[in-house]
Design a protein around this ligand. Structure first.
Ligand code: ATP
Length: 235
C-alpha cells in the first residue's frame, strides 16, 4: 500500500533522511522506532509532501505521490496525526472533527462522526468543549479521531504515546489495534515507546541517523538483544 524508495529529504542544507526504503502492506500495523532526532518525524512529513523529497519516491497504492501537494495526498486516502497532536485548541471537539472531514465526501459526514464517536466515547461527552481544555490523552484521541474523519485507508501516527501516563498509553494502543482490526485501516506508527509499539505492530523498522538500520517482525525486534539494550531498557 505504501512504498518508500531511496527517500532523501531535509531542511535546507541539513539532510535528515539518507535514502530510506520501506513498505507498509494493506492491513498491516508497521512501526518505525528510533532515538530522538533519528528522522522519524521528517519521514512522515516527507511522505505527506512537506518538506519535499530531494531524491527517491513515495508510492501510495502504486501511485507516485512524491510531488503531489499535501491536500491531494490526503484525498488519495492518507491521513496524518502529527507529533504533539496539533489539535486546534480554541475550537470545540466537534469543530476539530469537522476540520478533519474537509477532504472527505460531505455525504459521509454523519456516518464518519458516529464511527469516530463510537470509538472514542470520551469525545462524544465533550463535543462542545474546547480542544485546548482536554486532557493529554483526550487530545490524542481527538487528533486520531480527526485523522479518521477523512476515511483514510492509511493512517500515519506520530508518537501517539508522547507525554501520556502509562495507563493512558495502553488505552491508546488498544484503540490503534481496534482501528486496524475492526475498521480495516492500515497503520504506520512512529514511536519512541519501542516496547508498546513492537508489541502492537506486525513489523517494525529501526531508524538511526536518517537510515534504516534494522527491520523485522515485531516479535523478532522485541527479542533482538541490540534493540533490547538500546531501546527497551527496563522493558
Ligand atoms: P523526535 O522523536 O525527537 O521527534 P525524530 O526521529 O522524529 O525525533 P526529526 O524530528 O525528524 O527526528 O529530526 C531529524 C533531524 O532533522 C534532526 O537532526 C533535527 O534537528 C532536524 N530537523 C527537524 N526539523 C527541522 C526543521 N524544521 N528545521 C531544521 N532541521 C530540522
Amino acid at each position: 500500500m505504501l512504498k518508500v524508495e531511496n527517500l532523501h529529504s531535509g531542511y535546507g542544507r541539513i539532510q535528515a533522511l539518507h535514502g530510506i526504503d520501506l513498505e507498509v502492506g494493506q492491513g498491516e500495523i508497521v512501526t518505525l522506532i528510533g532515538a530522538n532526532g533519528a528522522g522519524k518525524t521528517t519521514l512522515l512529513m516527507t511522505i505527506c509532501g512537506n518538506p519535499r523529497a530531494t531524491q527517491g519516491r513515495v508510492l501510495l497504492d502504486g501511485t507516485d505521490i512524491t510531488r503531489l501537494p499535501t491536500h491531494k495526498i490526503a484525498r488519495l486516502g492518507l491521513a496524518h496525526s502529527p507529533e504533539g497532536r496539533r489539535i486546534f485548541p480554541r475550537m470545540s471537539v466537534l469543530e476539530n472533527l469537522q476540520m478533519g472531514a474537509v477532504v472527505a465526501d460531505p455525504r459521509h459526514f454523519s456516518d464518519d462522526l458516529d464511527r469516530v464517536l463510537t470509538l472514542f466515547p470520551r469525545l462524544q461527552e465533550r463535543l462542545n468543549q474546547r480542544g485546548g481544555t482536554l486532557s493529554g490523552g483526550e487530545q490524542q484521541m481527538l487528533a486520531i479521531g480527526r485523522a479518521l474523519m477523512s476515511r483514510p485507508a492509511l493512517l500515519l501516527l506520530d508518537e501517539p504515546s508522547l507525554g501520556l501516563a502509562p495507563l493512558v498509553v495502553r488505552h491508546i494502543f488498544d484503540l490503534i489495534a481496534k482501528i486496524n482490526a475492526e475498521q480495516k485501516v492500515t497503520v504506520f506508527l512512529v514511536e519512541q515507546n519501542a516496547f508498546h509499539a513492537l508489541k502492537l505492530a506486525h513489523r517494525g523498522y529501526v531508524m538511526v541517523n536518517g537510515r534504516i538500520a534494522l527491520a523485522g517482525s515485531g516479535a523478532e525486534l522485541l527479542a533482538n538483544p541490540e534493540i533490547r539494550s538500546h531501546y527497551l531498557e527496563g522493558g
